[in-house]
Design a protein around this ligand. Structure first.
Ligand code: UDP
Length: 241
């Protein structure tokens, strides 16, 4: 049973529940890119991403990562802990792709020496700009202790996701996470982990376009978008913790 709509984002809607500590997150088929300049839908994406994210949140919990996930309650809905989302998008990169290639002139597909953590200011009006720790502090987006925790948490999540996706025969190129603070001030992994938020390449395919199994197929109009999500879902759900 969902209560009142609290917030509608680009890919999900959050509803209240009878319990003030629990929200309902409903995944949508809507897809956006380039700060919502490009809009569309991906058939069945809500159900696919909800299934993928539920499975991955449960895997991460078994690895000691605290998440907002409580339980999946329908094909496209999960109960989550109510948290205060930090206005920072935390990106972890293992291989150069997307915005870092444009920004630093790196070649697409170039492996990075070590995982890189980047912060982006979650602000649609500004187009989510890249920010440094100094900006985080200046804008009061998080405390210095939270910044230290965020970086470690992001690297820990990357480590566990790399192991997991390796077992799916997928390469984890990069991903974005959002972190929330619960009523006790503990940081929890929130939002979602899915092909909307991760770059995933098929390990078995060398062709740089054919191997893409994530939202880049939608961003770049590469076709077979839903099929790519379906393939990721199949592999993720078949991977037991
Ligand atoms: N990402 C995301 N939401 C955003 C921006 C990025 O989930 O609003 C993910 C994206 O799917 C990729 C990673 O974060 O896995 C790094 O994205 P990047 O900075 O390269 O931006 P993009 O190329 O998508 O503009």
């Amino acid at each position: 049973m969902s209560g009142t709509k609290l917030y509608e984002g680009k890919a999900k809607i959050l509803f209240t529940t009878d319990d003030p500590h629990i929200l309902l997150s409903r995944y949508k088929d809507d897809a956006t890119a380039f700060n919502a300049l490009k809009k569309g839908t991906i058939a069945n994406k809500g159900e696919m991403n909800c299934a993928i994210a539920s499975h991955i949140f449960q895997y991460l919990e078994t690895q000691g990562i605290a998440t907002h996930f409580i339980k999946q309650v329908s094909p496209n809905e999960m109960q989550v802990a109510a948290v205060q989302i930090l206005p920072i998008e935390v990106v972890v990169r293992n291989i150069a792709a997307g915005s870092i290639c444009k920004r630093l002139g790196l070649a697409q597909g170039q492996p990075l020496k070590q995982p890189l953590v980047e912060f982006f200011y979650k602000n649609d009006d500004l187009g989510d700009p890249l920010i440094t720790d100094a900006h985080v502090s200046m804008l009061d987006l998080a405390t210095p202790e939270q910044v230290t925790q965020l970086k470690q948490l992001a690297l820990d999540i990357n480590h566990h996701l790399q192991t997991f996706f390796e077992r799916c025969n997928l390469i984890l190129v990069d991903f974005k996470v959002e972190i929330g603070s619960d009523a006790n001030g503990h940081l929890l992994l929130a939002d979602e982990i899915s092909p909307d938020t991760c770059r995933l390449w098929d390990k078995a395919i060398a062709d740089p376009t054919a191997r893409i199994l994530d939202k880049d197929r939608f961003r770049q109009d590469l076709g077979n978008v839903a099929e790519a999500y379906q393939e990721v879902m199949k592999r993720v759900l078949a991977t037991i913790s």
